[in-house]
Design a protein around this ligand. Sequence first.
Ligand SMILES: Cc1ncc(COP(=O)(O)O)c(C=O)c1O
Length: 408
Amino acid sequence: MTAIRARFAHVETCPFEGERIFFENAGGALTLNAVVETSARYAAIPDNQGRANGASRALMAAIDRAKADMRVLLNAPEGAIFVGESGTELLFRMIRDACLGAPEGGVVLGSTVEHPASRSAAARWAEVTGREHVWVKHDDATGQVTPEAYAAAVTPEVRVATILHTSPVTGMAMDVPAIAAAIRAEAPEALIVVDGIQHACHGRIDIAGADIDGYAISPYKMFSRHGFGVAWASDRLTALGHDSLTGGPVGAWELGTRDTGAYATLSDVVAYFDWLGAEVSGASDPRQRIEAAGAAIHAHESALTDAMLFGTDNLPGLASLPGVTVIGGADNPAREGLVSFWAEAVPASEIVDRLNEAGIRTHLRKADHYSGNILEPLGQTGCVRVSLCHYNTLGEVRAFLDAVRGIL
Ligand SMILES: Cc1ncc(COP(=O)(O)O)c(C=O)c1O
């Protein structure tokens, strides 16, 4: 843990508010020190790409390296990897181009569990392209949508489908390969776009293992920084029409000059997963090291959320505190490093404020356009979201449980 935490910035101290425990990773994970250094280094370089000089060639090599590194992290030997304005913007672009490029008519299929990024893009472009937008209902009790629920809704008319990998409100991961298979069983030609934004920091991304066409990530939620999104698109999705420069390279997704430093930070992220994989396994193959890192991340995060839910030492967990309800159920194997709850006695907003006063950073999710789809069916106006990452410790969970018990 010491070696892991040494690789990140602002682990224990906020530069504005001082010492704090950071359980707001779903809002933006900690940044790797290497990412900070890389960003500063590239920000100082005036050269542009595509020139016949050494600096320019070095920039293009950094972009190529980042794309190659991301192929290993994502397990995506084929398809295009590109950056854009944000994860949301990339979801909009991929869903828009899928809707504009798919054969006429039919249906755009999504789920009520999705973040508004994909829900809004699908709603808008279904309407613009004259298609019905059908929602698969998620299960309020488990906080997820199942392959069976998709299977019950999918028809051969589905042209475009969206899937949320992990919910930022319930914390539950969907079974993306099984949902994609359920869609393809009825609609083999459907274009399937996945929102991987909340899943990415938990490792275990396997694009080749899921029959999909698009996958979006927000790098600041995966140990890089703000200012850009990164996406993968299948050759099929790439072959459709896109906004691009007339006469420019065929199949290019990028619009305008790319931020080399943004790309280069992705290599730092992949190097970090690689390092972690080597620490926890003897694997010599780079992809195996990434997988080992993902397994270790999942095991550690599960241990932390189990402690948060079921207690540790003499501290009771959230699940046994009177009047506390855990969204998605306390005992849920789909959970990825995130616990959302409400308490009967104290409003969620007050719990978040008082945790802040105690130096513990969590987040209030409100029944607004971001989280209303999850909270309204549960009859709640808000909940406390506690989101952690593999660099969080059991000691931090203990401090949280102690503080919550006091507040309640
Ligand atoms: C699942 C999911 N999708 C989309 C987004 C939007 O990401 P961004 O604001 O980085 O575009 C978020 C942000 O929290 C998210 O958790």
